[in-house]
Design a binder for this molecule. Structure first.
Ligand SMILES: [Zn+2]
Length: 70
């Protein structure tokens, strides 16, 4: 979810991304728009979806990317 924030800052231009996913519990479609300012808007689906954000201990991270630590 940090991709538009990082890409927008690197390119020095405002960007927005649309994520299309679904609830793992009931299968309902969820569409979320996120922009360079880390603002998000729920375009489709529940108004208060639960979002999973894994914690990564950067002091102990030895993997080449945080993706590998997930
Ligand atoms: Zn659901």
């Amino acid at each position: 979810m940090a991709t538009p924030f990082v890409q927008g800052r690197l390119r020095k231009e405002p960007l927005s991304f649309v994520i299309k996913t679904e609830c793992n519990h009931c299968g309902k479609a969820i569409t979320i728009e996120i922009n360079t300012e880390m603002n998000y808007k729920i375009l489709r689906g529940p108004t208060n979806p639960l979002v999973f954000a894994p914690f990564v201990d950067f002091d102990k991270l030895t993997d080449p990317s945080i993706i590998d630590a997930f």
